[in-house]
Ligand binder design. Structure first.
Ligand SMILES: Nc1ncnc2c1ncn2[C@@H]1O[C@H](COP(=O)(O)OP(=O)(O)OP(=O)(O)O)[C@@H](O)[C@H]1O
Ligand SMILES: [Mg+2]
Length: 535
């Protein structure tokens, strides 16, 4: 029996082994070593570390077919190591106490695993296995996302989906679009188990009796899944839409060409003055991100209430109330405790907001939102629609039922699309059109993206909204065009300076509100200097 002292020294020895192994792996990685075989004829598009040294992504292209593939290159386990991992996970499962509150789960499990290795594994197996790797895989499969863990770590991946066992997991990865990966659940049972675990992570339960899940994973990732063959022909399926910690900012969008600084400046003025905007687009087009980026441009003291089904928005505003709807916990027709978007929009009016933001309108809440807009509240929302006429059609039909005469209460609509750039294989997002809504059937295209030249055309001179803003503020049109020009300069400067982080963008927006002229002059001066330096 090892005494207390020797157990300690075994743990020290383990740490030493782990340290030296990791060093060795890091060295191998530096030599561009891949552990998974890459077909020699493949064209390598990109190599990136996802979690050093354990996981790396290699994106390859078949030169004859042009097909892309996303290869997760993890340091593989030997057969013996795989058995050890399985054994230790079983032991953990039976022996581990739940972590005390306030303790980082990952650290806690790591300490537990090391304790188990020191107790049961190290003496018997010595250095026949790589303990660092075993630790990686155990953490990956317990506190992490299992075989998906490397994919969850790739910031360029937006969603991860599985259409059933035996088929490759697909990822939507910037800038390639959907690409199959080398991650596959071959065994249907393994996939079923994985989905049960995912659902648990999201605090939900999935079973044959209740075979669909729509839930939020820790970290805000959205999970949709089906269980076994109950509702999906091929067997269990899932899609994870990854959530960004750091929301995309208007400067990110400008830098990626989603909109131009001038268009952003125009929208900024419109939103600041509590006019109302609809953001249209298909699923995953980038509506919510655009909404969030635009809302960040609001004056920091604006009172905002946001209303969502899942909390996705993140605003740098002090005076912000974030409301989230709640599904019913009743079964069948007996809806118990349900709080809908409709309830919340009604409630929000009591909060006397300057601006009401509804994450996405789908039903009767649209009606209340339009009523709120009629009484002078600013409003912003997103809606699933291809363009303005489709949006109006949806708004005026059940279940939204907005009278046609209400439509012009929205001042502005814009559509964001995934587009293929001319001459390039990559897709990008563009605010394809912006309309000023002048009547129930009168939509003036104030800005438009031109695909052939990948540029935006914007007709500020013809904008009625700008004119009415000027009037409202007691200014003239010269002032308003000047204001657009100034904001364009400030936004361009931020884009050039790569001020993209959410907090930094908010800080600069705040500065602009406080001292517009000072900030404009600084931006102008610095842009001039940069241009001269370039010339
Ligand atoms: N302009 C953009 N450029 C690049 N990526 C973007 C852009 N806008 C959004 N994305 C990414 O696209 C994904 C989907 O974005 P978002 O959730 O905003 O879309 P959505 O239209 O609201 O989707 P849904 O229809 O599911 O509500 C996110 O991962 C986001 O990071
Ligand atoms: Mg959305």
């Amino acid at each position: 029996m090892p005494g207390k002292g020797s157990a300690k020294s075994i743990e020290a020895l383990l740490d030493e082994y782990i340290g030296s192994e990791i060093e060795e792996y890091l060295k191998l990685r530096e030599e561009k070593m891949t552990f998974i075989e890459i077909p020699p004829e493949a064209e390598i598009m990109e190599i990136k570390d996802l979690y050093k040294p354990w996981a790396r992504a290699v994106i390859i292209r078949d030169p004859t077919t042009g097909a892309l593939k996303y290869i997760v290159d993890e340091i593989p386990l030997t057969q013996l190591e795989r058995r050890v991992v399985k054994r230790l996970i079983d032991m953990l499962y039976w022996q581990m106490e739940p972590p005390p509150s306030g303790v980082d789960v990952r650290d806690y499990v790591e300490a537990e695993v090391k304790r188990l290795i020191a107790l049961y594994g190290l003496k018997r197996l010595g250095r026949r296995v790589k303990w660092s790797k075993i630790l990686y895989y155990i953490l990956r499969d317990t506190v992490g996302y299992g075989p998906l863990d490397p994919l969850m770590r790739d910031p360029d991946i937006e969603d991860i989906s599985c259409v059933g066992p035996g088929r490759p997991i697909y990822v939507w990865v910037r800038p390639y679009e959907y690409v199959p990966t080398n991650v596959i659940f071959y065994d249907p049972e393994e996939l079923d188990d994985f989905i049960v675990k995912l659902a648990h992570k999201a605090g939900k339960h999935v079973s044959v009796a209740s075979p669909i899940v729509d839930a939020i994973l820790p970290g805000g990732h959205r999970l949709a899944a089906t269980f076994r063959k109950e509702v999906s022909v091929a067997g269990s399926t899932f899609t994870i839409r990854k959530f960004r910690e750091e929301p995309l900012t208007i400067i990110d969008l400008i830098r990626w060409g989603t909109l131009s600084p001038e268009l952003a400046a125009y929208l900024w003025l419109v939103i600041e003055n509590k006019l109302t905007a609809l953001i249209l687009g298909v699923t995953g087009a980038g509506k919510t991100s655009l909404l969030n980026a635009l809302a960040t441009l609001l004056r920091p003291t604006t009172k905002v209430v946001t209303i969502e089904d899942t909390p996705e928005l993140k605003l740098p505003l002090e005076n912000w109330v974030q409301l989230v709807s709640r599904p019913s916990h009743g079964i069948g027709p007996y809806k118990v405790g349900e709080i809908t978007l409709f309830d919340l929009v009604k409630l929000s009016l009591r909060y006397r907001p300057d601006v009401i933001i509804v994450g996405e309108v789908r039903g009767e809440e649209a009606y209340v939102l339009f009523q709120a807009m009629a009484t002078g509240h600013g409003g912003m929302t997103t809606m699933h629609a291809e363009d303005i006429s489709a949006a109006v059609k949806r708004l005026t039909s059940p279940p939204m039922n907005i009278p046609e005469s209400y439509i012009p209460l929205a001042s502005l609509a814009m559509v964001i699309r995934r587009v293929r750039l001319p001459g390039a294989e990559i897709v990008a997002r563009r605010v394809a059109k912006v309309w000023e809504i002048r009547g129930p059937n009168d939509f003036f295209t104030v800005a438009e993206w031109k695909p052939a030249i990948d540029a935006f055309e914007i007709r500020v001179e013809d904008s009625q909204l700008l004119k009415s803003i000027a009037e409202m503020l007691g200014k003239d049109t010269v002032w308003i065009f000047d204001e657009i020009a100034k904001r364009t300069t400030v936004l361009t400067w931020m884009a050039v300076k790569k001020i993209t982080r959410y907090r930094d963008v908010a800080k600069h927006v705040q500065k602009y509100y406080a001292k517009p002229d000072l900030m404009y002059r600084t931006a102008l001066e610095e842009l001039k200097q940069l241009r001269e330096a370039e010339a």
